[in-house]
Design a protein around this ligand. Structure first.
Ligand code: NI
Length: 276
């Protein structure tokens, strides 16, 4: 796709035109800082949930984003044109800019500032549309394992289901307190470096204290970039739609860069593929 037809990356950091109409309580902010995650019942009104869900379903139905390489199959090796096991759209707001004009996004930005500080800004969004019946789990991971090991992050993700999120369709699970840990050893899913998704390496993490966060439509969970999290397979009869936004304080360069060997294994696998 050439530059003339490819939509521009949206300005996520721009201030919202709408003021937030919902705020977190002081208790919720303390809960997040203590436990590394937070679940709330409503980040927007029911009318807004219906509107966002309409935009979301239209986006996945149109598939115009496929041509622009803004998607990948998180759990498979077959590429997006074959049936994706775990279809997702990176930067959905590039294709549906109206998402960034919603009260939902105004509230995401306001709550991120409450949780991280006044300098926090929105850094991106994506959409994971888990198909019904036996679509795979998103395995346990820390988001920061995907990121630049030379940078220091103070960042969070907001995860918003557009239908009820249940244990049956793949709600979020978190390990309380795990945000205090460094990034633990990860590996590509199934230890196959051709797969872009990551999972915590076997045996390196205690997941026994995990809590499930079932939510109504338009509820939200928040988690830090190092909080262990997971979603089980979707064994329900419907898609499990989730809109995910990220927010951050300004990144810093770490005095000593970390080494994430799992990223190197994936780079080598991709390089090997491209010369075939
Ligand atoms: Ni994640």
């Amino acid at each position: 796709m050439n530059a003339a037809t490819s939509p521009k990356l949206p300005d996520y950091a721009a201030p919202s035109l709408l003021a937030p109409d919902r705020r977190l309580t002081a208790e919720q902010v303390i809960f997040f800082k203590t436990n590394g995650y937070l679940a709330i019942d409503a980040i927007m009104s029911p009318a807004e949930v219906a509107r966002v869900r309409g935009i979301y379903d239209q986006l996945f139905a149109e598939r115009s984003w496929r041509a622009a390489s803004d998607t990948y199959d998180l759990a498979g090796t077959g590429g997006v044109e074959k049936s994706a096991k775990l279809p997702q759209i990176l930067t959905p707001s590039k294709y549906a800019p109206e998402l960034l004009l919603t009260q939902m996004v105004a509230n995401i930005k306001g709550m991120a500032r409450q949780l991280l500080g006044d300098e926090a800004y929105m850094t991106g969004d994506h959409a994971i549309n888990k198909p019904p019946h036996e679509s795979p789990a998103t395995p346990w991971h820390q988001d920061e394992a995907y990121w630049n090991p030379a940078r220091e992050y103070h960042a969070l993700s907001v995860w918003i289901p557009l239908q009820p999120a249940t244990k049956q369709n793949g709600c979020m699970y978190f390990v309380p307190g795990s945000h205090e840990l460094e990034v633990v050893a990860h590996q590509p899913i199934g230890n196959d470096p051709r797969i872009p998704g990551l999972e915590i390496a076997p045996g390196v993490a205690d997941l026994s204290a995990a809590v499930a966060c079932e939510l109504p439509p338009g509820g939200a969970t928040f988690h830090y970039s190092r909080t262990f999290h997971y979603t089980p397979p979707n064994i329900s009869d419907d898609y499990r739609r989730a809109y995910i936004a990220s927010a951050s304080l300004p990144e810093k360069v770490r005095p000593v860069p970390r080494i994430f060997p799992w990223q190197e294994a994936q780079r080598q696998a991709r390089a090997g593929k491209s010369v075939q």
